[in-house]
Design a protein around this ligand. Structure first.
Ligand SMILES: *Cc1c(COP(=O)(O)O)cnc(C)c1O
Length: 415
């Protein structure tokens, strides 16, 4: 069947529907490398505009770090451009295994397996580890890639209310008849920036004989005193059975992910996880770059300390000017606006002021919970932060929401 006029029209109508609903996503082109100061072409065809980036996952400011770029370049020269193979045929080099060992040391687990991305790690690991006689019990706000991975797995699926330990306990009791109970959570939740109560989760897992799965993509490299992640922050290192994380955020920002944890579970993934078996290996220059990132993170906590200081300065500044923030301890700082149009309008005005942030609204967050999600970086200087705060004061002032809480903002703008 051809791509007929009728079928083309049907897709055009659907895309037009997205535009009408205000849900159409448009790319903004960055002219040059990722960083705190970037030049952005938006709308497409416009001249590049210099803006300060407050919406990247470049938490440690390593995305374009000269040492990382140099290490990647060396890796390109010593190990070539690509492997033209999946890992288990002829796609594993010495540096792939070296990075897996380094990640194991970093996360303080027993073994690690690289994947093309954390999306792939999450898509593959549940199916590889769990079967029909098991149950997966996930926090209701886990990342979309975990939801997809759970869908691909034959184990029973269940959820508990976000960070509600009473509800999780009920679910663990309910599922005592299963062979394995696996509790599944993000370390830092990406939309709200709050941390999982991992110490309580581990305690419940011990009480009710369950395994714990942690996706620490928004934490690896900077949460915890030495940046090992949420398990370090919560004092439960060595007690998490499976950790997945990405190299595409704090750890250099290129791409790649991993499954790390109990030796046998990682081995099951090496034998069975489909994205590992059927998708190409991580490119050597990315492996070499990530090895350098880990060297930098092992050598000093200076970057994660600066990120922490930047985050508290930013939170304090926004709070003192009277904006309504989601509370949390991560460098994800959501400014609550409740109304979708208000979030979009303010993001557009902030962009005009040279501040790059994005408005989030339904279906990415619940109805009536629209927000601008700001993200801090160790690459932000005092001047960046002060300029950002001044812009927020000006734009929020224009919309009359300084000093206003949820109820007042909703009365002014509706849901
Ligand atoms: C970003 C993210 C992922 C996806 O990571 P990629 O390596 O980009 O595929 C998975 N899980 C969580 C919690 C994330 O935030």
């Amino acid at each position: 069947m051809a791509f007929s006029t009728t079928i083309r029209q049907a897709y055009q109508d659907e895309l037009a529907g997205l535009r009408t609903a205000g849900l159409f996503k448009e790319e903004r082109y960055i002219l040059g490398p990722q960083g705190a100061d970037i030049e952005v072409e938006f709308p497409a065809g416009a001249d590049g505009r210099p803006v300060i980036n407050f919406c990247a996952n470049n938490y440690l400011g390593l995305s374009s770090h000269p040492d990382v770029v140099a290490a990647a370049r060396r890796g390109l020269e010593t190990h070539g451009y690509g492997l033209s193979s999946v890992r288990f045929i002829c796609g594993t080099q010495d540096i792939h295994r070296k990075l897996e060992k380094r990640l194991t040391e970093f996360l303080e687990t027993e073994d690690t397996l690289l994947f093309p991305s954390c999306m792939d790690a999450n898509a593959g690991c549940f199916e590889a580890i769990l079967g029909e006689e098991d149950v997966m019990i996930a926090d209701r706000l886990v990342h979309a890639s975990i939801v997809d991975g759970m869908r691909l797995c034959k184990a029973m699926r269940d959820t508990y209310k976000h960070s509600d330990m009473g509800h999780l306990r009920d679910k663990l009791i309910e599922h005592q008849d299963k062979r394995i109970r696996m509790i599944i959570t993000d370390g830092v939740f990406s939309m709200d920036g709050d941390l999982a109560k991992l110490d309580e989760i581990v305690a419940l897992a011990e009480e009710y004989n369950a395994m714990v799965f942690l996706d620490d993509s928004h934490a690896s490299g900077f949460i915890g005193k030495t940046g090992r992640g949420t398990h370090e922050h919560c004092g439960v290192m060595g007690k998490i059975d499976v950790i997945t994380t990405t190299m595409g955020k704090g750890l250099g920002g290129a791409s790649g992910g991993c499954v790390s944890g109990r030796r046998e579970l990682v081995e099951m993934c090496r034998q069975r996880a489909r994205p590992y078996l059927f998708s190409n290996t991580v490119a050597p220059m990315i492996v070499a770059g990530t090895l350098k990132v880990l060297d930098l993170v092992f050598a000093s906590t200076e970057r994660r300390d600066r990120l922490e200081a930047n985050t508290s300065y930013w939170r304090r500044g926004l709070t003192e000017m009277g904006l309504d923030l989601k509370q949390g301890e991560s460098p994800i700082v959501p400014v609550m606006l409740y109304n979708a149009k208000l979030a979009q309008d303010m993001a557009r005005d902030l962009f005009a002021e040279g501040i790059y942030v994005v408005g989030f609204f339904f279906p990415v967050v619940p109805q009536g919970a629209a927000r601008i999600r700001t993200q801090l970086s160790a690459a932000h200087t005092q001047a960046h932060l002060d300029k950002g705060l001044a812009a927020f004061r000006k734009v929020a002032g224009k919309y009359g929401i300084l000093g206003k809480g949820k109820r007042e903002i909703m009365e002014m703008y509706g849901k």
